[in-house]
Write a protein that binds this ligand. Structure first.
Ligand SMILES: *Cc1c(COP(=O)(O)O)cnc(C)c1O
Length: 354
């Protein structure tokens, strides 16, 4: 399938002061769009000027949430190359999310080609300032005009781009996290492993309550016993206990993060002691009380590595590593960002030049 390109003749002004970008505030001049119609499959892939789209009020996604998304970034290297970090993994995961939401699969090669073309057209939008990048948001939603509950017969696949500033305004700051006991994010057999809006909608109330108590994020426990640790809002979680690096095993209700996977691969290559297994909040509290909990950090595309300085569980405040960034968190952050910005070569296939 050929990707048709219509260039925008009214280019926006770029944001001059990149320190003011923030996250998700600005969008570039073009977007990618492709339609799915039953009987015809995915068709008409095209890059067109960025603009609002019109949908009918009965559009199925508004009512029943049949939608999936992805998140990745393009980075500008010192040599002015534009690099993508493991984008194939995002499209692979997006198709797995599609499977769970009964959305028809798309051609991952075509999606990658479209993404590269789009980012190439928008390369001037990739920020120059260190730690700033172009955030990429691919998504699919059901757009059939119909009010009954069933699998939609038509969809749109889109990619939009948003220049974004550094996640940490003042360097790698440890975050305070609230261990959620009241609400759950996902249950076995649910859609916790899919990247879909519903998983975020369900988490907003816990997030809001945690924020009102002075915490920036929520750590979710399993949806059945509220005993085993799952993940943070939009990050997977790692613990360093007695020099062993532990992360909850993918159990079907946890999102399979690409940063998580990359961290595990890097650590194993370095010969670190790594475990993917069930870990209960009680085990964590016991390790803390024994003085064996050395580091806690989250992993995700937005923050890369997010050191955790404090965990609050049942009125028990656990201060981790004196609220300082630990050596493993720091070295993983340096390692991954060096690969993403092209300062160091990563394993084969991790960095894709646009
Ligand atoms: C996207 C996401 C992550 C992180 O995944 P990355 O591929 O590392 O960005 C973790 N948890 C949830 C719930 C997510 O949606």
């Amino acid at each position: 399938m050929e990707i048709k390109i219509t260039l925008n003749e009214n280019l926006k002004e770029k944001i001059k002061d990149e320190s003011k970008l923030g996250f998700g505030n600005y969008f570039t001049d073009h977007m990618f769009l492709m339609d799915y119609t039953e009987g015809k499959g995915w068709h008409d892939p095209r890059i067109i000027p960025y603009r609002p789209i019109s949908v009918d009020p009965s559009c199925l996604t508004f009512h029943y949430g049949q939608t999936v998304f992805e998140g990745l970034k393009a980075y500008r290297s010192a040599e002015d190359e534009i690099l993508l970090f493991r984008p194939q993994e995002n499209f692979k995961r997006m198709n797995l999310s599609c499977d769970r939401l009964c959305i028809p699969r798309f051609d991952e090669k075509l999606a990658l080609e479209a993404l590269k073309k789009l980012v190439d057209i928008e390369r001037d939008w990739v920020p120059h300032q260190s730690d700033s990048s172009l955030y990429i948001r691919p998504f699919i939603f059901a757009d059939e005009e119909f009010l009954g509950v069933r699998v939609s017969k038509s969809y749109k696949f889109m990619i939009i781009l948003s220049p974004s500033g550094p996640y940490y305004a003042s360097g790698l700051d440890p975050v305070k996290i609230y261990v959620e006991e009241k609400y759950v994010r996902a249950v076995p057999g649910g859609m916790g492993e899919a990247k879909t809006g519903g998983n975020y909608a369900v988490s907003l109330i816990g997030q809001a309550e945690a924020e009102s108590k002075g915490y920036s994020q929520v750590l979710w426990l399993d949806g059945v016993e509220r005993k085993y640790i799952e993940e943070v809002g939009a990050m997977n979680i790692f613990f360093v206990i007695d020099d062993v690096i532990i992360t909850p095993i993918l159990n079907g209700s946890i999102l399979s993060g690409i940063t998580r996977k990359s961290v595990l691969e890097l650590l194993r290559k370095q010969g670190a002691k790594v475990e993917e297994r069930k870990i209960s909040i009680d085990e964590l509290v016991a390790a803390y009380d024994d003085g064996k909990l050395q580091e806690v950090f989250g992993t995700g595309t937005a923050a890369v590595i997010s050191p955790v300085g404090e965990l609050m569980y049942k009125n028990k405040k656990m201060v981790i590593n004196n609220n300082q960034i630990g050596p493993i968190s720091q070295s993983l952050y340096d390692n991954l960002t060096d690969i993403q910005w092209g300062r160091q070569p990563g394993p084969t296939g991790w960095s894709i030049k646009v």
